[in-house]
Design a protein. Sequence first.
Length: 153
Amino acid sequence: MKLWHIITLVGIHLILGKKGSFPYGMAVGIKTLDISIIVTLTDFLEIPFYNMVFTGATDKIKWLKRLHDKLNHQNSKLAEKKFYWWFLRAGELGVFLITVIPGAGGVQTGTFLAHSLHMKKSKSYPILAVGSVVGCAVFALGFEGILNLVGGK
């Protein structure tokens, strides 16, 4: 496993999420377990980062202020969707589920939901972390299953 593959994998994960990082990792020969570990560690680092962005703690840095504005705009669009309100009403369970479910948003959306619910870090971080691990396992197993079905493994 080459360092530049890992760096690229992390970059793809930050931009596209698991739906981009797993195919890339497999294409360059990284094992599914290794991809899962890298993705989960990246998610763990994203939790406090997105929390700082959503609370405005990073607004003194221009590009992070732009990121804050962009994420607030994206998440305001998300808040208009009916499924988001279900997760919001579900509270802590909703934070966990929105982080777990592939395609629902992952850590970024889970952190935004926890922020919307005014959850304390001491409560939201463990929920987001466990959601990330479970979500990554679900994605990895699903990805492996699809590869086995199409004969890729």
